[in-house]
Design a protein around this ligand. Structure first.
Ligand SMILES: [Zn+2]
Length: 222
């Protein structure tokens, strides 16, 4: 391909680039080294494309492309999933193409998911990166949102770690709008309204015994 033709093709390619008109910057004033943090995002004029800016030693751009709607949805307090028009399977985290082999990589469609979930599995973190130490112990659940075929990881709040149960009903709780950045940390899970833990038993007591020293240790962190 001639140099001229390459330049022409590149121009054509960039002519189709989204026009990013909505820009947010949340890098704290005067801070160059943020640690691992999202420092901004941009959304295209047609609302279809979102890029995020992640700082970790240097600035990274995360181009979400076709997946943008999921991250834009978080800003709006919505969970978007994808659904296969052929077999009806749905996914959160999203899949751009159906994973059902019989569907032959059928392109999926967007579907707004309910803000309800259930625990698939979970773990209790007694140690973490420095930024989260004071929040230990942290309950990390893999939860099924709606009737998704896959589970999404996030924190579970509002419950003692030893009271978590397989299949327990959850609700998705978003941060206040002004604090959202279009990342999965914009929401967490809490037990569904009306759910209450089962009575204390031997297994729960065993977990309680393991977790209590973590609470004690956290109190000593300066
Ligand atoms: Zn399918």
């Amino acid at each position: 391909m001639s140099q001229e033709l390459i330049i022409k093709k590149k121009k054509e390619k960039f002519a189709e680039s989204p026009n990013f008109t909505e820009k947010s910057n949340y890098r704290p004033d005067g801070v160059n080294e943020t640690g691992l943090a999202f420092v901004g995002h941009e959304i295209s004029e047609d609302g279809k494309t979102m890029n995020q800016f992640l700082h970790y030693d240097q600035l990274y751009t995360i181009r979400h492309g076709w997946n943008s709607q999921f991250f834009k949805g978080l800003l709006e307090g919505k969970i978007w999933g994808t659904k296969c028009p052929k077999c009806g399977d749905t996914w959160v985290p999203i899949r751009s193409h159906c994973w059902n082999l019989d569907c032959d990589l059928q392109k999926t469609e967007w579907i707004e998911m309910p803000l309800t979930a259930k625990v698939h599995t979970w773990t209790i973190a007694g140690w973490s990166g420095r930024s989260s130490l004071k929040r230990l112990p942290i309950i990390l659940v893999y939860a099924i949102i709606g009737d998704s075929k896959v589970a999404i990881a996030n924190e579970l709040h509002g419950i003692d770690p030893w009271d978590v149960e397989f299949g327990m009903p959850l609700r998705v709780v978003f941060k206040p709008k002004e604090q959202r950045i279009g990342a999965v940390t914009d929401f967490h899970f809490e037990p569904a309204e009306g759910w209450s833990p089962s009575a204390m038993n031997e297994e729960k007591r065993r977990i309680q015994t393991l977790v209590e020293p973590v609470y004690e240790w956290v109190k000593t962190i300066k």
